[in-house]
Ligand binder design. Structure first.
Ligand code: NAD
Length: 496
């Protein structure tokens, strides 16, 4: 591997401490990082290398999936870590980076790869991009890469404007837009499940599938991120990116290769095939919610409007549910129900594929009282398993049927320990120049287009019933109505 410098812009921030540095540490321990390596945190804090390294050691201890490896490996790792106090809106920062890259290349006697990770507030990203261009720090598409965190834009127009700027200054192959859900093992496993097994493909369509459901539920409230959340909300924060990406994995056609652009083309087809909601249909297909004050697991939860840095009259949604259609032959008339929310009853990300009921002609009526349609449930996080529900005969003298689950569990296969964190996978891909799991410009814009009509309709009509759900529930009652109207219900994982 070529000598590499990783600049973490925002190296003292929350993301760097909780995710990026622990991920880099684990990659280092597993031998996935280049030997000739510099990791430079850049931030505005008054810190020297020693104090910065000590802060990072504490973070790795707290947040790494394998803190026990610190003792053996930290000393070697810290030799690669530097801190630089800079204001990234000033040219001085880039002059110093240029000098540092040149000195590193001279020392290594070969050109270096350089990764610039934007772990800063999104408003700063375009400023940084322009400065990197002006100082020719990102001039070689083969060696220089930039990583953009979510949110990528605030709506379709701002995402387009940012893409336009980046297109003018850089090559698309240099730009890595992160959706960290795509780095999760369980999400990547959807491709294996669908395309490495002949079993599912023939029935993976509207002839056999009744509906698809995606739940991305969090138990946490907004956790000191009031000012961010006030300009975001559940639709922007979760649906535009993570939820739609999972939907793409379920709905996409089989790729002809695992080339980054082939996979991304197939996902883009799905986003483009999602039926555009008309303004007058939004209230039939979309439900929003905001949590009020209440109790969760014995703890008092202030309502969203009482959170720090939140407008006491805020109309920002902390819950969103949508009913979508993918207008392709495969998915004709199959509803895709998706929902996400804060302070939900359980933390779970779950994809459910419900098959059409089998005709039950042969069995006596009493045998079929607990008859349930086949269902494939893919639990993404924190539980990680795939379960297929089918009917079995209950042991005994009579023909009585009952649903049972066939389960593949990562935990039972002892695969949990070997699982890299999403950020490990993604950072390794950036270093190796593999963009398969990153969002291309057109994907991001297509995803904004899907939610744009809902955003516009909601902005035009303030909600009349906020707050409308209690912490610890599954969201507002209307979300139950959204799916119950079609004769279905939301699915949650069975209690373990
Ligand atoms: P943060 O506020 O904790 O950290 C911001 C960092 O930027 C700090 O290190 C600060 O010193 C630095 N900074 C700000 N202005 C600067 C300037 N002018 N010059 C140099 N440094 C400057 O933010 P965060 O939570 O770490 O989030 C960073 C980015 O990652 C944001 O875009 C956020 O949306 C995204 N993100 C964060 C999380 C998360 O869990 N924290 C999750 C997903 C996405």
């Amino acid at each position: 591997m070529s000598p590499t410098i990783i600049y973490i812009f925002g190296g003292t921030g929350d993301l760097a401490h909780r995710k990026l540095i622990p991920a880099l540490f684990n990659l280092f321990v597993d031998g996935y990082l280049p030997e000739k390596l510099l990791i430079v945190g850049i931030g505005r804090s008054e810190l020297g290398d020693t104090a910065y390294r000590e802060q990072l050691r504490k973070s790795v201890k707290q947040f790494s999936r394998r803190p026990e490896l610190l003792r053996q490996h930290w000393k070697r790792f810290l030799g690669h870590l530097r801190f630089s106090r800079q204001d990234l809106s000033q040219d001085k920062a880039y002059k110093e980076m240029s000098a540092q890259v040149a000195a590193f290349e001279k020392q290594q006697k070969e050109p270096a790869q350089v990764v610039f990770y934007m772990s800063v507030a999104p408003q700063l990203a375009p400023v940084i991009a322009k400065k990197l261009y002006r100082h020719k720090l990102c001039s070689d598409p083969a060696r220089h890469r930039m990583v953009f965190e979510k949110p990528f834009g605030h709506d379709l127009e701002s995402a387009r404007a940012l893409n336009e700027l980046l297109r003018k200054l850089f090559a698309e192959e240099q730009i890595y837009r992160i959706d960290h859900f795509l780095g999760k093992e369980t999400v990547q496993n959807i491709l294996a499940l669908r395309f490495a097994n002949a079993l599912f493909e023939p029935i993976w369509n509207g002839n056999y599938i009744d509906y698809v459901q995606i739940t991305a539920a969090e138990t946490v409230a907004i956790e000191n991120r009031g000012s961010y959340y006030e300009s975001s909300g559940a639709l922007r924060d979760m649906v535009q990116n993570h939820v739609l990406q999972m939907l793409c994995m379920i709905a996409m056609e089989a790729p002809i290769s695992f080339e980054a652009d082939e996979i991304r083309n197939k996902k883009l087809d799905v986003l483009q095939a999602i039926r555009r909601l008309q303004p007058e249909d939004v209230h039939q297909h979309a439900v929003r919610g905001q949590y009020g004050p209440g109790w969760m697991k014995g703890k008092k939860v202030p309502g969203y409007r009482a959170e720090k840095n939140v407008d006491p009259g805020s109309n920002v949604e902390t819950f969103a549910a949508l009913k979508l259609y993918v207008d392709t032959w495969r998915w004709k008339d199959v509803p895709f129900y998706v929902r996400t929310g804060k302070t939900m009853a359980e933390k779970e990300t779950l994809i459910t594929i419900q098959f059409k009921p089998a005709p039950d002609y042969a069995f006596p009526q009493e045998a079929a009282q607990t008859w349930r349609p086949n269902r494939l449930s893919i639990a993404i996080a924190p539980q990680m398993d795939i379960r297929l529900r089918f009917q079995a005969k209950q042991a005994g003298p009579h023909m009585v049927l009952r649903p049972v689950d066939m389960v593949f569990s990562y935990a039972e296969k002892n695969e949990e320990d070997r699982q890299p964190e999403a950020y490990e996978t993604l950072l390794q891909d950036v270093i190796e120049g593999d963009a398969t799991l990153f969002m291309r410009a057109d994907q991001v814009e297509a995803a904004w287009k899907v939610i744009a009509p809902v955003m516009e309709a909601w902005a035009a009509r303030p909600p009349v019933d906020f707050p409308n759900y209690a912490p610890g529930s599954w969201g507002p009652e209307d979300a139950e109505g959204l799916i119950a109207r079609d004769g279905f219900n939301w699915v949650t994982l069975p209690e373990s």
